[in-house]
Design a binder for this molecule. Structure first.
Ligand SMILES: [Mg+2]
Length: 175
């Protein structure tokens, strides 16, 4: 367990980890789709939502962490993604507008989410699950976050897999 703030946070991206896109890299060679019964309000506008595997919800809920949306969907994740997964409304990271620091970060290869997530974590240990994480993000977090952090890149052609869950579960249990 962490010394401050209880459970580690898990910052969760939607496009890629939960909603696969681009060339499918999974065993079936295409993106499977799932029916979840009644379509939540607003979901009809997002036909790709059918790619979200509702079975991921209970697996995420079972992880020993506090789930937080870290996605451009912001509050939309609670409106249309959480119901498909059977998850309650989760805290949402909101992104500040583009600043000169962001342009500098982009040139340095830093993801535009990285600074905000470290700030949001406020010194709590966190895992970050995203399809766009790179080495520059890992280095920056190691240098600027005083707690443990796991930056885990997921293959967007496949979404979260058993291997990803095993790795996350193992890391969270070591906390
Ligand atoms: Mg993504």
């Amino acid at each position: 367990m962490t010394g401050s703030g209880g459970l580690p946070l898990l910052f969760l991206d939607v496009d890629g980890p939960l909603l696969p896109f681009g060339p499918a890299t999974g065993p079936s060679g295409s993106h499977p789709t799932y029916s979840t019964g009644p379509v939540p309000p607003g979901a009809g506008a997002h036909p790709l939502l059918a790619r979200i595997d509702p079975g991921l919800g209970p697996r995420l809920a079972a992880l020993d962490c506090e789930l937080v949306w870290a996605t451009t969907w912001t509050h939309g994740a609670n409106e249309v993604v959480a119901p498909r997964l059977g998850l309650p409304a989760l805290p949402v990271v909101l992104w500040p507008g583009m600043s000169s620091a962001d342009a500098r970060d982009a040139r340095a290869g830093l993801h535009w989410k990285t600074r905000t997530l470290v700030e949001w974590a406020g010194g709590r240990a966190f895992a970050w699950v995203d399809d766009e994480i790179g080495e520059a993000d890992r280095r920056w977090v190691a240098a600027h976050h005083g707690e443990r952090a796991l930056l885990h890149r997921v293959d967007p052609g496949r979404g979260l897999t058993d291997d990803d869950f095993r790795l996350l579960d193992t890391w969270l249990r070591m906390m």
